[in-house]
Ligand binder design. Structure first.
Ligand code: NAD
Ligand code: UDP
Ligand code: UDP
Length: 323
């Protein structure tokens, strides 16, 4: 049977990453054809090997910084390293991926008249003075600090999306994603959920950066992917930006306690210096997503952590990839 037979063709950039691979799963289940594009910088082909036999799935190695000519109906643009240690590893490349990647994917969308979704981020709000964050808050971002390659890259990508919308009438959908976690997170990505679970499972000290009183709001991956697909299906004149995240907010100390309790670990807490420009607080106001997408997260932290711990336990202690 020839590959890619369904009526709708969907391109997912960054499709072999954490979020991208879950999105590919959900799109295939929804009955569309998926082209999964990735340069495997932080993503991993193991995340999508279970899809390789599907006649609706195609995996393509490509860097979004270079032009791409394919015929598709929808584009989800997720390509970009997302964790601080990954995006700070080669900051120039991070900005290029966000900016050149957006230009190329927008150029592609313009040529084939595809709908295009952008995975933007709560980092556009920086270290926010307004709490919780609403979409009309312009943010407080340091343009020259070590996080700027990511924050400003994503802000510039939003600018490009809105200019292509105004100038070329493109059908854009911009989501501002807040911290999301779940199976297939990279165990060494340095993000707080993966660090704490890995450390707790190995009985190593759990690293609290700074006071531990800084807060984040954690969304489970299946909720987020449901939100992405709802956003793509909204009426043409709903373009975002729209916050997507779980509004339940926790301090890093509270998160550490939960992970230690759920893993039954004997790990203790140790303090390490706070990273430069580490946002003190973050919580999405999701009023707009509730109203326009009829969406809100369903999976709460303990349940999501339990599933994520199960996954990490499989890959770290038993060497299995559960997929
Ligand atoms: P991830 O690192 O697992 O996925 C990113 C994917 O993009 C990887 O597979 C990577 O190999 C690929 N990639 C990177 N540069 C590329 C390039 N130049 N060309 C092609 N592919 C490239 O991270 P994730 O958590 O799945 O994040 C996906 C998207 O969502 C990113 O754009 C990220 O900024 C955004 N986001 C994620 C979160 C979160 O909490 N996970 C929060 C806000 C925004
Ligand atoms: N582009 C692409 N695939 C396409 C069409 C365009 O990768 O199918 C790239 C192209 O290389 C260009 C960018 O998208 O650099 C922006 O395209 P656009 O048409 O907006 O601008 P222009 O080609 O005029 O620079
Ligand atoms: N953090 C921590 N210990 C770790 C990793 C992170 O205390 O081992 C803190 C970090 O300083 C930040 C929060 O957890 O305040 C979330 O960090 P992460 O890198 O996951 O995401 P982001 O800062 O991009 O929201």
């Amino acid at each position: 049977m020839p590959k890619l037979m369904n009526s709708k063709q969907v391109l997912v950039t960054g499709g072999a990453g954490f979020l991208g691979s879950h999105l590919c799963d959900a799109l295939i289940a929804d009955g569309v054809d998926v082209i999964c594009l990735d340069n495997f910088f932080t993503g991993n082909r193991h995340n999508v090997t279970h899809l390789l036999d599907s006649p609706s799935f195609e995996l393509m190695r490509h860097d979004v910084c270079f032009p791409l000519y394919v015929e598709v109906d929808e584009i989800y643009n997720l390509a970009c390293p997302a964790s601080p240690i990954h995006y700070q590893h080669d900051p120039v490349q991070t900005t290029k991926t966000s900016v050149h990647g957006a230009i190329n994917m927008l150029g592609l969308a313009k040529r084939v008249r595809a709908r295009i979704f952008q995975a933007s981020t709560s980092e556009v709000y920086g270290d926010p003075d307004v709490h919780p964050q609403r979409e009309d808050y312009w943010g407080k971002v340091n343009p020259i600090g070590p996080r700027a390659c990511y924050d400003e890259g994503k802000r510039c990508a939003e600018t490009l999306f809105f200019d292509y919308y105004r100038q070329h009438r493109l059908l854009i959908k911009v989501a501002r994603i807040f911290n999301t976690y779940g199976p297939r997170m990279h165990p060494n990505d340095g993000r707080v959920v993966s660090n704490f679970i890995r450390q707790a499972l190995h009985g190593e000290p759990v690293t609290i950066y700074g006071s531990g009183e800084q807060s984040r709001s954690f969304c489970y991956v299946s909720d987020l992917i449901d939100g992405f697909m709802r956003l793509m299906k909204t009426r043409d004149d709903f373009i975002g930006p729209v916050n997507m995240g779980n509004p339940n907010e926790f301090t890093m100390l509270e998160l550490a306690e939960k992970v230690i309790a759920l893993t039954g670990s004997k790990s203790r807490l140790i303090r390490e210096p706070a990273p430069i420009d580490d946002p003190r607080q973050r919580q999405p106001d999701i009023t707009l997503a509730r109203k326009e997408l009829g969406w809100e997260p369903k999976v709460q932290l303990e349940e999501g952590l339990t599933r994520t711990i199960e996954y990490f336990d499989q890959i770290l202690t038993r060497g299995n990839n559960p997929d």
